[in-house]
Design a binder for this molecule. Structure first.
Ligand code: FMN
Length: 314
């Protein structure tokens, strides 16, 4: 039996990553209804908005779903209380110290997973008592580690050190990539960028279309001194790059970033001045589809790849 399917009681070991301004109840419930695990991204939600999304998600699916909590945003205590009050059973934490909330959440009967980008943090998460780890390579969309370790290198290194279930993330948008990371030792996958280009994602349609049109080389990891993030190279990114040529202080970078850039770009569709988070794999994403079809296509391609690989001998 697959450890991730067992841990979450789901049909396929595919998790839709929590994503600010993209993964509300519509996307999370669509993925869960299709047999994966949908996650509501709480990072872009005020506490009362999160409560509403959880309640709508419960109405839209009777399958398991979870909430992602990026620990770099405010209102953490309030968000955690809402998750407990609403009876959410699965939490993925990210961008923070796994020691802070894992024991408390587990005491409340919640399955806890932490997202990491290095072996060192995977071990810390395991030590903190999480039920599984997501190891995310440098090619992933959104916030990431500073070390630039790719998924291909990271997964087997984390696997060698850990005894709890391992979920691979970063650059996985197809059944072939899922097969590859499972060959490297992952028990399941977390997919982000591919689900941005879904009908159910709450992202602005102009951002989704920009993702579909993106080619290899159109994203870059930047703002390492603040919180490293992979962005599409739009005008805002070019402004950041221009500032970097002057050796900016952290204050100058913060001033340029300002407030609400991510909302402006990904939710309101300001493709010039907004922050547009997406992974390298956007170069492989060529259409906007229902989330359930994305999942179904991945499974079909995984099985076809498995058959093809079994026929190959070297
Ligand atoms: C638009 C966008 C927003 C994201 N927001 C979050 C977030 O709020 N919390 C988090 O843990 N990860 C976030 N991520 C990362 C995803 O959950 C996922 O791990 C990552 O996208 C996987 O790599 P991929 O984009 O190559 O599939 C985000 C990714 C994207 C593309």
């Amino acid at each position: 039996m697959n450890k991730i399917k067992e841990l979450f009681n789901i049909q396929y070991p595919i998790i839709q990553g929590g994503m600010i301004w993209a993964s509300g109840w519509k996307l999370a419930s669509a993925v869960s209804n299709a047999g994966g695990l949908g996650l509501i991204g709480s990072g872009s939600m005020y506490p009362d908005v999160l409560r509403e999304h959880i309640q709508k998600c419960k109405k839209a699916t009777n399958k398991p779903f979870g909430v992602n909590i990026p620990m770099l945003y405010p209102n953490l205590e309030e968000i955690i209380q809402i998750i407990i009050e609403e009876g959410v059973k699965i939490v993925f934490t990210s961008a923070g110290n796994p020691k802070t909330y894992t024991a408390y959440l587990k005491e409340k009967g919640i399955t806890v997973v932490h997202v990491v980008s290095s072996v060192k943090f995977a071990l810390k998460a395991q030590q903190a008592g999480v039920d599984a780890v997501v190891a995310e390579g440098f090619e992933a969309g959104g916030h990431n580690g500073r070390d630039e370790t790719t998924t291909l290198a990271l997964i087997p290194m984390v696997k060698n050190e850990m005894h709890i279930p391992l979920i691979a993330a970063g650059g996985i948008a197809t059944g072939k990539a899922m097969y590859a990371v499972m060959a490297l030792g992952a028990d399941g996958v977390q997919v982000g960028s591919r689900f941005v280009a879904s009908n159910e994602a709450s992202s602005h349609i102009d951002f989704k279309n920009m993702v579909v049109n993106a080619k290899e080389g159109d994203t870059q990891l930047t703002l390492k001194e603040l919180a490293p993030v992979r962005l599409l190279k739009n005008k805002f990114y070019q402004d950041v790059a221009a500032l970097y040529t002057k050796g900016p202080s952290i204050e100058e970078l913060k001033a340029l970033l300002g407030r609400a850039r991510a909302k402006r770009g990904m939710f309101e569709g300001d493709l010039e001045e907004g922050e547009l988070e997406i992974g390298q794999v956007s170069g492989l994403i060529n259409d906007i589809k229902p989330a359930g079809i994305i999942l179904e296509d991945m499974i079909k391609e995984f099985n076809a790849t498995k058959n093809r690989m079994e026929a190959i001998s070297i």
